[in-house]
Design a protein around this ligand. Structure first.
Ligand code: ATP
Length: 226
């Protein structure tokens, strides 16, 4: 499987946020996306997920399902946990499994992986921030989707849960899956490709009060091991 992104651009709030972003990612590899606040890391992940419209460019998952978009073949793990508070942990995972299809682990098994099995019948509203994040991690495990789009996945996780996420990401990659992760923190991924989003320093041309986030990232550094 191979993810190919070329010339990708998106507009948010009427302003260009991403322009001409491109990268290639082989199955079994992770791409770590870094860059300063507001540069467009989350926007890139949301565009890949199909949650923000691509204004320009193409994205393709070769070796995937030609009838599905890239987003339909991806787990999107965003800043907010995709958790329904009135549902129990099991009901949340059962919902996603029924919605996504391609079941892999049961809710009980997935909760066991993130050490939440004792809370299987607890309404998600009563979970702590870290427990809710772990429930979101469990969502990745109940259905197979080859591409994981992870936005700051370790936020709110304790050290043990970070280590667990590391091993789950490694397992996904060793099964030929792909990961695109936006992060400010090390994720413990072995030998990932890297994409740095940055702007050219054209501050002389910009008045003192303009927000640097007003210009889209125009410097793109891509390091691959391919
Ligand atoms: N829903 C939205 N509507 C309009 N503009 C948005 C929206 N979400 C983000 N933006 C703008 O898009 C730009 C990129 O934001 P984005 O969240 O992608 O950055 P980021 O690199 O992920 O930042 P951070 O490191 O702070 O998470 C910012 O200028 C932001 O103001």
């Amino acid at each position: 499987m191979h993810l190919s992104v070329e010339g990708l651009g998106c507009i948010r709030g009427g302003r260009p946020v991403l322009e001409n972003i491109g990268f290639q990612l082989q199955g079994g590899k992770a791409l770590v996306v870094t860059g300063p606040n507001g540069i467009g890391k989350s926007s890139l992940l949301r565009t890949l997920a199909g949650l923000v419209r691509a204004q320009a460019g193409t994205m393709r998952l070769d070796g995937g399902d030609d009838d599905l978009t890239v987003g339909q073949q991806a787990h999107y793990f965003g800043h907010s946990d995709a958790v329904k508070p009135a549902f129990t942990c099991k009901e949340n995972l059962d919902f996603w499994q029924a919605y996504y299809g391609n079941p892999t682990r049961s809710a009980f098994e997935a909760l066991g992986e993130v050490d939440l099995e004792d809370l299987i019948d607890m309404p998600a509203a009563y979970l702590s921030a870290g427990q809710s994040r772990r429930l979101s991690v469990a969502r990745l495990l109940v259905c197979h989707r080859p591409l994981w789009l992870l936005d700051e996945p370790t936020s709110a996780l304790d050290i043990a849960s970070e280590r667990k996420l590391e091993s789950l990401m490694a397992e996904h990659l060793s099964n030929g899956g792909l990961i695109v992760a936006a992060t400010h923190a090390p994720l413990g991924l072995l030998d990932p490709d890297r994409l740095l989003l940055d702007r050219n320093r054209t501050d002389d041309l910009v008045d003192d009060f303009s927000d640097p986030a007003d210009s889209p990232p125009s410097t793109l550094t891509l390091e691959t091991d391919q």
